[in-house]
Design a protein around this ligand. Sequence first.
Ligand code: ATP
Ligand code: MG
Length: 216
Amino acid sequence: MTKVISFISRKGGTGKTTNAINLSTMLHSLGYTVSLIETDTNYTLSTLRKMELFKSGAKQDTVFEILGSEDDKIAGELEAIKQKKTFDYVIVDSAGKTTDEGIKRLCLVSDAVVVPTSLTQNDMLVTYQTITDLAPARALNPALKIIVLPNRIHSLTKNKTIQEALNNLDAEILDVAVPQKNLFVNFSTILAEKQYHEIAKQILTQLGNGQTQKSA
Ligand SMILES: Nc1ncnc2c1ncn2[C@@H]1O[C@H](COP(=O)(O)OP(=O)(O)OP(=O)(O)O)[C@@H](O)[C@H]1O
Ligand SMILES: [Mg+2]
């Protein structure tokens, strides 16, 4: 069964693109069939992928696909993709400017929503608002998992501090954080970042898949 994991936030710059690509490369490296769809009309990831294929000479059939879409088309496209069952996971990188209606439509066809957030006051307020605004979509899609992913966390910040900062949110808070690191700034659309393994594992667990590696 195809599972759709959508990265959303009502604010730009929280780490949707960074984490959508890191999750995709990790799931691909673990043997899952992955499709990544970006609805940001700058199509950053599609452009980076073209450049990386050109530079590395890697073959198109060794990498997962990256497609572009738009807010008003993505929900319909996802329904069609789910019916075909070609992929294990479809990852959606939504744009920071996506409207509330666009977010709601996306949530109705998603299995999980991942909201990345730093611990800055501004990001946490926006995350609170993002999750509160998901109530109508949640009512219509009760199976939807809402996952908060602590992102850009200082390496000395304790997990307890992160959990305490985010525990007022009505969502699953991941027990592992993405550190503020340059290796997450200079991401690849081809090579998986090994530090992301535990995060991918926890996201899959939230979706009821306790296995990290795809079984044969
Ligand atoms: N874990 C991290 N460590 C260091 N830098 C990060 C990390 N996550 C995100 N960033 C940086 O923060 C900025 C915003 O990240 P990103 O582009 O992923 O956010 P976004 O939510 O996709 O933004 P938009 O809404 O504009 O699409 C980028 O410059 C990115 O490199
Ligand atoms: Mg983005």
